[in-house]
Design a protein around this ligand. Structure first.
Ligand code: NAP
Length: 283
């Protein structure tokens, strides 16, 4: 079997066109959705991520502001800046790019963002809403994974989903979203003794670890759907995921590539969350 590709670029293109149309409708009512992206320090990867986010906003007709600060910015100055953005009516979504410099408490900064503008979905209020099935912003990466499953009309009811990784931004919210759609969910992590025994039972596998070849062909049940969140570099320095793509694609029914899979979907869902934040204050 050669798996069908779930193309994140193609799906993003379709969803971003829908976002752009909704943005125009909102503009006609006098509101331009606005995203503020705050970058502290000069982490090269973060610089690329924020540039991509701002460009995606502009392409879809959203207003976006990139605020760059020196790595020496104090925590209290950053908290004050976040509060300023909370009060700014032209800004509907606030994203503070992580990681922050070591002298700043990242969680404290995330908690300072108004939950109504928490388009990254990292605020404890957003996490609590997801946990309890209440409306709230979903973290963009697992949300993008759910949209990828929806794009292939995958019915999770009664299926066994295995999530590898339990971070607050990917693994845990991913598991909750799958659970909400009636999958039976197993979460694996670095202390899971026999990962292969778990993944071999899975109808859906989400790999969110950050290590190459965490999932190889011998660990996948024929016909499983495999979503690869990981972002790593191979020996040639090229971007690759957690999954041994060439091997696993021979047994999976569907698979996401890296690059061109979950990555673009993460940005797309950020646009969706920002749009919806603006829509909710415009009605
Ligand atoms: P993280 O916070 O480092 O979490 C990694 C998780 O993997 C942890 O829960 C860890 O377990 C688990 N783990 C480590 N080694 C393992 C092993 N051998 N077997 C099973 N589990 C293992 O990372 P993250 O922020 O969730 O990100 C994960 C990956 O996704 C990274 O490559 C990141 O760059 C990528 N990512 C991509 C996007 C995107 O848009 N495509 C967005 C976010 C993240 P413990 O909890 O026990 O330590």
């Amino acid at each position: 079997m050669t798996a069908q590709l779930i193309d994140g670029n193609q799906l993003s293109k379709k969803l971003r066109a829908e976002v752009a149309a909704r943005v125009q409708a909102l503009k006609a009512k006098g509101t331009t959705p606005g995203l503020a992206v705050v970058l502290v320090g000069d982490n090269p990867a973060s610089q690329v991520y924020v540039r991509n986010k701002v460009k995606a906003c502009e392409d879809a007709g959203l207003h976006s502001v990139l605020e760059k600060y020196d790595a020496t910015m104090t925590e209290s100055d950053l908290l004050a800046r976040v509060e300023g953005l909370n009060q700014d009516p032209s800004i509907h979504g606030i994203l503070v790019q992580l990681p922050l410099p070591a002298h700043i408490d990242g969680q404290k900064v995330i908690e300072a963002i108004s939950p109504a503008k928490d388009v990254d979905g990292f605020h404890i209020a957003s996490a609590g809403a997801l946990m309890t099935g209440m409306p709230g912003f979903w973290p963009c990466t697992p949300y993008g994974c759910m949209m990828m499953l929806e794009s292939i009309d995958y019915d999770l009811k009664g299926k066994h989903a295995v999530v590898i990784g339990r971070s607050n931004i990917v693994g845990k919210p991913m598991a909750l979203m799958l659970l909400q759609k009636n999958a039976t969910v197993t979460i694996c992590h670095s202390a899971t003794p026999d990962l292969k025994a778990m993944t071999l039972q899975a109808d859906v596998i989400v790999a969110a670890v950050g290590k190459r070849n965490v999932l190889t062909v011998d660990m996948v049940k024929p016909g499983a759907v495999v979503l690869d969140v990981g972002m790593n570099r191979n020996d040639e320095g090229k971007l690759c995921g957690d999954v041994d793509f060439d091997g696993v694609k021979e047994v999976a029914s569907h698979i996401t590539p890296v690059p061109g899979g979950v990555g673009p979907m993460t940005i797309t869902m950020l646009l969706v969350n920002t749009l919806e934040a603006a829509e909710s204050v415009t009605k």
